[in-house]
Design a protein around this ligand. Structure first.
Ligand code: PLP
Length: 231
């Protein structure tokens, strides 16, 4: 299957999952998780109509962006970001989805102020409370959202989560539901410097469940590009 055929198939499944949940298909955006795919393959995904691209590694972003890989679509950063590489990402991407610790939030804010830009971000939530994973707890996320006025270099646009690897289909619904509740909670507070528009959750194996539970952006790698070959 070509990248274009894969994107079309995902669009059909997205629409079906949205309808089943009583939602409009246009409410949910498709982010191509482009890690380990070169600029030409990323361009094919863009041409096939994905809504945005998400890069995991600073080096891949830095290599592919000058080649016009994302041209015509927003590009997001979705991977672990080291504080010493923040200056290579802030102002260069439309959204940093993976702000997963206070030190990173402070570094992004500082860099954005220095550059005179306002960087849109999501807070990454460790919704499964997994010790090996980054991200804020739900309680920390709620508290931090209330303090966003102290970070004028950024603009909080929503939340992102990668739930635990599930054993069987449907296992992640409870985590997705927890994220939706947190998202609605924060939205209702009308906090300063916060506009909850993006709830980024759902990947190749579980995006239909994520849509059923309120996701507004799914991040898809394997189902668009095929299996990744790590060496
Ligand atoms: C790789 C990746 C994805 C996509 O995963 P697939 O299972 O291949 O669809 C989504 N989000 C993040 C943060 C990723 O690193």
């Amino acid at each position: 299957m070509s990248i274009a055929e894969n994107v079309a198939a995902i669009r059909r499944r997205m629409a079906e999952a949205a309808r089943a949940a009583g939602r409009a298909p246009e409410e949910i955006l498709l982010c191509a998780a482009t890690k380990m795919n070169d600029a030409e393959r990323v361009r094919q995904a863009v041409a096939a109509g994905v809504d945005c691209c998400g890069e995991n590694r600073v080096q891949e972003l830095t290599e592919k962006q000058p080649l016009g890989a994302y041209e015509g679509r927003p590009v997001h950063f979705i991977g672990h970001l080291q504080t010493n590489k923040v200056n290579k990402v802030v102002g260069k991407v439309d959204l940093i989805q993976s702000v997963d610790r206070l030190e990173l939030l402070e570094a992004v804010n500082r860099t954005a102020l220095r550059l005179g830009v306002r960087q849109e971000i999501l807070l990454e939530v460790n919704v499964g409370a997994e010790p090996q994973k980054g991200g804020f707890s739900c309680e920390q996320t709620l508290a931090l959202a209330g303090q966003m006025g102290q970070f004028p270099g950024v603009f909080l646009r929503g939340l992102m989560a990668i739930p635990p690897i599930s054993e069987k289909k449907g296992d992640n619904c409870k985590y997705f539901a927890k994220m939706r509740n947190l998202f609605i909670d924060i939205d209702g507070k009308k906090y300063d410097n916060v506009s909850m528009v993006c709830l980024s959750m759902g990947m190749s194996d579980d995006f239909e469940d994520a849509i059923a539970e309120g996701s507004t952006m799914i991040r898809i790698g394997t189902a668009i590009f095929g299996a990744r070959h790590y060496n």
